[in-house]
Write a protein that binds this ligand. Structure first.
Ligand SMILES: [Zn+2]
Length: 415
């Protein structure tokens, strides 16, 4: 192990409390999205980093929607990004929580509050990594840029997607400190295909149904039944990721606590979340909308999903129209990519146990990087159960251990 890494890791152990104080401070800024105003937390982070001699750039594509960028090192060949989002999902009803949702307190070994896992624990790790690496800047062969974005929880279009579109960063690899739990490194995610089917019918007096008129609701039921056939498709994954996907299935069955649910990594899922139809009980309905959320496994991209929908809808002619809102291809980074190897090696050194790479069932900002060909891993402290729910927390020590991993990955990737 390099002496620099050894020194930094010793320092991290010594500064355990200081690292957790930063985590608590971040949690105490509510930063709920919606509404998504990051002004206060962004000011805090910029000032925190400047106390350690780090200059930040901020970019605000809309009022309060603030992106923070902070760079260390020089050289052009290797450009690593450490990415995190500062927004959190709303806490809901505070009374459902057994502690104040923006507590930030460490109690019985747990850091408490909204964002502890998703992802102010991870943010703490990458912010701390940057300030700890200041003294080692000369040793970096390349650059590391911290990017803290405002809107991952609402799709990242003015955050990660925007800073990449604007070419504010042009990384060769990326580590996102999203929650995975410490032995786990996420290298792939499913795609998303969200939209609605608008079904049309012919209205007439309800007393004549089903002999006269044409019910949009009855037709929508037929469309819905056919749509669910997509969940029976068994998708063949690309060769280089096949083994990881198979090995991820039991892992996510454990995480979700449902035997057999691992199949969602190789089959599309479908939820019809909203149905809107009809005007009055005694009128044959002339319109019915089905809003759906389909998730696409690796190997089954958006074009396949839309082909499937066209096939279903052609039987209904002009009476059923597809309207797509979100279309995201599934994405992954090859298991032998340098950033994956380097993360695995550091996780093993810090934890003293074997890390596991896996693919995930949801999606995140990782797609913005991977869809531009940038090798990307997710790695961060987490207790998965509380994420987006009540009583969110994380093991306090895990935040500190993750900080070690991030510094180690930067030193190794940029060596
Ligand atoms: Zn997140």
């Amino acid at each position: 192990m390099s002496t620099s890494k050894e020194k930094i890791w010793k320092k991290i152990d010594k500064e355990h409390d200081e690292i957790l104080k930063l985590a608590g401070d971040l949690i105490r800024f509510p930063s709920e999205n919606p509404p998504g105003d990051m002004t206060e937390i962004a000011d805090f982070v910029v000032e925190y980093l400047s106390d350690y001699g780090l200059d930040c750039e901020t970019h605000e594509p809309e009022s309060g929607v603030i992106n923070i960028l902070c760079k260390l090192g020089s050289g052009k060949e290797k450009r690593l990004v450490l990415n995190g989002h500062l927004d959190v999902v709303p806490v809901g009803d505070k009374d459902d929580w057994s502690f104040p949702p923006f507590s930030g307190e460490v109690k019985d070994g747990f850091l408490l509050g909204r964002g502890a896992s998703d992802m102010k624990g991870g943010d703490t790790g990458i912010i701390s990594a940057m300030r700890l690496l200041v003294d080692y800047e000369d040793e970096l062969d390349g650059t590391v840029t911290l990017t803290l974005v405002p809107d991952e929880e609402t799709m990242g279009e003015l955050g990660t997607g925007w800073i990449l579109d604007e070419k504010l960063v042009d990384p060769t690899a990326c580590v996102i400190a999203e929650p995975t739990d410490l032995p786990l490194i996420d290298i792939g995610q499913k795609g998303a295909y969200w939209g609605k089917v608008v079904v049309k019918g012919t209205p007439i007096h309800g007393s004549l149904s089903p002999y006269k008129g044409d019910s949009a609701i009855r037709k929508a039921c037929k469309v819905m039944e056919k749509m669910f056939d997509i969940t029976k498709v068994n998708v063949e994954a690309p060769e280089d990721i096949k083994k990881v996907i198979e090995e991820s299935k039991p892992l996510i069955e454990d995480l979700i606590g449902e035997e057999g649910v691992g199949i969602i990594l190789s089959s599309p899922t479908l939820n019809i979340g909203i149905i809107r139809g009809g005007n009055k009980v005694n009128i044959v309905p002339d319109r019915c909308e089905l809003e759906f959320d389909m998730r696409l496994p690796i190997g089954f991209d958006v074009s396949k999903a839309s082909g499937h929908m066209e096939e279903i809808l052609k039987d209904f002619g002009e009476d059923a129209v597809l309207d797509i809102g979100t279309a995201i291809d599934p994405n992954y980074t090859a298991p032998d990519a340098p950033i994956v190897t380097s993360t695995m090696e550091n996780v093993e050194k810090v934890l003293g146990r074997e890390p596991r790479i896996f693919t995930q069932w949801a999606s995140s900002d990782a797609r913005h990087f991977r869809n531009r060909g940038i090798d990307t891993v997710h790695y961060g402290p987490a207790i998965i159960e509380g994420i987006h729910g009540i009583d969110e927390k994380v093991k306090a020590d895990d935040v500190v251990q993750a900080t070690k991993v991030y510094t180690g990955v930067v030193l190794d990737y940029l060596s």
